[in-house]
Design a protein around this ligand. Sequence first.
Ligand code: 8QM
Length: 413
Amino acid sequence: MSAKESLSAGSSGVHQVPLQEAVPLQIDPFSMDFFADPHPAHHVMREAAPVVYFPMWKTYGVARYEEVHAVLHDPQTYCSSRGVGLSDFAKEKPWRPASLILEADPPAHGRTRAVLSRVLSPAVMKPLRESFVVAADACVDQLLQRQSFDGIKDLAEAFPLSVFPDALGLKKDGREHLIPYAALVFNSFGPPNALRQRAQELSAPHQAYVQAQCQRENLAEGGIGAKIHACADTGEITPAEAPLLVRSLLSAGLDTTVYGIGAALYCLARYPAEWQRLRADLSLARNAFEEAVRFESPVQTFFRTTTKDVVLGNTAIPEGEKVLMFLASANRDPRRWDNPDQFDITRRASGHVGFGSGIHMCVGQLLARLEGEVMLHALARRVATLEITGPVTRAFNNTLRGLEALPLTIKAA
Ligand code: 8QM
């Protein structure tokens, strides 16, 4: 029996399905051309095979919903503790101390996850809603006065910046570091290309800011940051772990919602019929945001590392290999979705992997959805038309997909 056949035989030795090869692709999924329009390449990857290979970066890849979902739901085989970027922590020192939640596996992951899950729970979200509504209204009010503005800077960034740092309990000083720090984090999941290298070169002041703001004395009483530190008093986490868990929220909690709200705005501006459906039924705001996350997938990719030889999609992957999950491609896989390239705010968007899936699924998803829902609700209530009135420019990042600028003109309802 050949090595291939014996691998596919499984423990029972009954099924003798010959294994496929991971199809090598010359595509660079971290190139500017790819980022400019990833959808044709996603299609090529999905059609090529269930598992593909990128010789350029020595990584396997999965672009169909089924395999992405399977990898996300088997954390024992596809681990996170060796990093969820291209760098393998078993071979390379991480660029910053590893995240205690993102870059951890069970059982260690369960303890830190429980802490962040509690400080971002429905009970904590409930009192935040009212202040978020006030902030969203104020933001929309001000934009209605101006009529023409940048949907990214003046809305997608301005709104989360007006609510998230306060919810965390951050000092007013130095908040301008938050978005550049997040851009650094997300570029750093990628390969050592120009985007990653440039971000790393400019990183020192952003890292110093974040490091300091994670300390207990810099976090306001009553905020989410203080709630994390309080868990060190009960012994659930150590005092040394608390700042690192605050760092996770500073890394993942702001830019992601900026990109998510930016995605929703870009979708609603491009699809006026969907915008009018939202205006006619404000209760669609939450699902409209969800559909925008599916449609644009602000977080495009993540890696896992195999902990053993494994067969996935009838393809053998050896131990110690990186597997790149194309979340954005899974979110538009026609094997899973009807009319995947259609933005439909009434679609059953649940099941998309824009927030991940399984044990690592976004722990801040309630906060993200709250921000998205409240902003879309405020817009749809007050704004009659939403028009793109200038050049749309793209932001380039190894992990995040979104816009640099979105010139908009709005008219009051
Ligand atoms: C991405 O530092 C962290 O724990 C962390 C960083 C980035 C993310 C998540 C967690 C997925 C949003």
